[in-house]
Design a binder for this molecule. Structure first.
Ligand code: NAD
Length: 471
């Protein structure tokens, strides 16, 4: 069979754009189709292996990740720009995700139910789906793939994984470690290449029974349009425009520090990053000063990395220019860092005088940019924080327990934080948003089984011994 000609792609360091860090051979459409077929065949054996044995492989993978902590973090840092300490944190998080789901192999896969008939046994049993398509973005190149792949595998599915082309080398490293951990051939098949070309093959294939996707709303919509009518299970984790509220009764130092961390960590390239902050009028000036103080502490090029790619850099610069043109006032940052022009470095940027009809208040920027709003009171803050097409995460800083509980009820998001920044997820807790931030199933925790398994209901008739029980 002719497999087409492989394109070779060079990966460059976003912190030093002339440094080529490696090459990757991209797969062809034909190779992607072959890999999907191979995954379908591998499912026959993999799904028969006990879930405990499958979990043991995930545990070995967790150990390998920790053994490879430094080289993997350094490679991933050079490939997408997060600082090495941030990346080491992500590798460790990946190991925790694997450990959590390795244990899942020892947990119940169904429940026994009472039957109306004394002669019947009635129970449920979760079974895998078959081949699952996992399509992932570049911003968490280790954690996001693992929190999809680990549950998919432990429940007995095989996986075809298409990572973002921006993080091809890191993704290949992870796939190779899975092989070293003892994962049988074709249980996880990585396909390297462009989403519009190879992602499309996965989405359209009738052999792929579910799609778990994290990325932009535009691509998510295409997946819904194509895979939805094919009756595939679909999980979409999409964009965010996450708000924080700072009330007058809050610990203002904590609120300002965590708001800046929430906005600027990982150069703002987190779906849960804080991108809007609503401050009660009576403390507005004090808090804005504190926000600036905290932004000043960030050392671009040391504690904050570059944007991940030229495309990201240009997009963030364009958003900043548009915010200025629409009348927002840039009170801090707002430009590329002149002395770091060898990389895609942008200053942490703060805007005031933002109105809710500006793009800055509504569109996801995915960069180190924070929009600051003055509000008269809590009621105005909650109304404006909910005034968004997105609903991923939100936080409130307050010492008033009634307002905190009211916020838990009324904020239209999937992840609510009290006195903490908008980001943050733990493997045992469900992750996902409301409104246009998510579609379908939650990720992680026990919620992960909803996408990666299907329930069978089993009835066994004639379980009582008729007459005398013979030895
Ligand atoms: P993207 O949508 O451009 O790409 C995501 C993945 O989809 C990549 O692997 C890409 O190759 C693939 N893809 C692209 N076009 C495709 C197509 N036509 N068919 C199938 N696959 C295709 O997103 P990105 O730029 O990599 O990531 C940034 C976005 O991800 C942001 O919008 C961010 O908010 C979102 N994100 C969301 C979460 C969450 O949990 N909600 C987490 C991280 C990132």
């Amino acid at each position: 069979m002719v497999m087409g000609v492989r394109e070779i792609r060079e990966q460059f360091n976003p912190a030093n754009t002339s440094e080529c860090i490696g090459k990757i051979e991209l797969h062809t459409i034909e190779e992607t189709e072959v890999k999907i077929r191979a995954s379908e065949q591998a499912f026959q054996q993999w799904s028969k292996l006990s879930s405990v044995s499958r979990g043991e492989i995930l545990n070995s993978m967790a150990n390998l990740l920790i053994e490879h902590l430094e080289p993997l973090a350094e490679l991933a840092s050079k490939e997408m720009g997060k600082t090495v300490p941030e990346m080491m944190g992500e590798v460790k998080r990946g190991a925790s995700i694997l450990r959590y789901f390795s244990q899942e192999g020892m947990r119940a896969a169904g429940e026994v139910l009472p039957s109306a008939s004394e002669d019947k046994m009635l129970y449920t049993k979760r079974v895998p789906l078959g081949v699952v398509g996992v399509i992932t973005p570049w911003n968490f190149p280790i954690a996001i793939p693992l929190w999809k792949i680990a549950p998919a595998l432990v429940y007995g599915n095989t996986v075809v994984w298409k990572p973002s082309i921006e993080v091809s080398l890191t993704s290949q490293y992870i796939a190779d470690l899975f092989e070293k951990a003892g994962l049988p051939k074709n249980v996880l098949n990585i396909v390297q290449g462009r989403g519009s070309k190879l992602g499309a093959v996965i989405i359209k294939s009738p052999k792929v029974k579910a799609i778990s996707f994290t990325g932009s709303n535009a691509v998510g919509q295409q997946i819904l349009n194509t895979a939805g009518p094919m009756n595939k299970k679909i999980q979409l984790e999409l964009g965010g425009k996450n708000a924080a509220i700072i009330l007058a009764d809050a610990d203002l130092d904590l609120a300002a520090r965590l708001t800046i961390e929430g906005a600027m960590k990982q150069t703002g390239q987190r779906c849960t990053a804080t991108s809007r902050v609503y401050i009660e009028a009576s403390v507005y000036d004090t808090v804005v000063e504190k926000l600036i103080e905290n932004a000043k502490k960030i050392k671009v090029g040391e504690t904050m990395g570059p944007l991940a790619s030229k495309q990201q850099f240009e997009s963030v610069i364009e958003h900043i220019a548009r915010a200025k043109a629409q009348g927002a006032k840039c009170i801090f940052g707002g430009k590329p860092v002149a002395e770091l022009s060898h990389g895609y470095f942008v200053e942490p940027t703060l805007f005031t005088e933002v109105t809710h009809d500006m793009d800055l208040a509504r569109e996801e920027i995915f960069g180190p940019v924070l929009a600051i709003f003055r509000v008269t009171d809590y009621e105005e803050a909650i109304r404006l924080s909910n005034d968004s097409e997105f609903g991923l995460s939100a936080s409130i800083y307050t010492t008033n327990i009634h307002k905190a509980f009211d916020f838990i009820e009324r904020s239209e998001v999937g992840l609510v934080q009290i006195n903490d920044e908008t980001g943050g997820a733990e493997p045992q807790a469900p992750f996902g948003g409301m409104k246009n931030s998510s579609t379908g199933f939650r990720e992680q925790g026990q919620a992960a089984k909803e996408i990666f398994t299907v329930l069978k209901t089993v009835t066994i008739n004639g379980i009582r011994v008729k007459g005398k029980c013979e030895q």
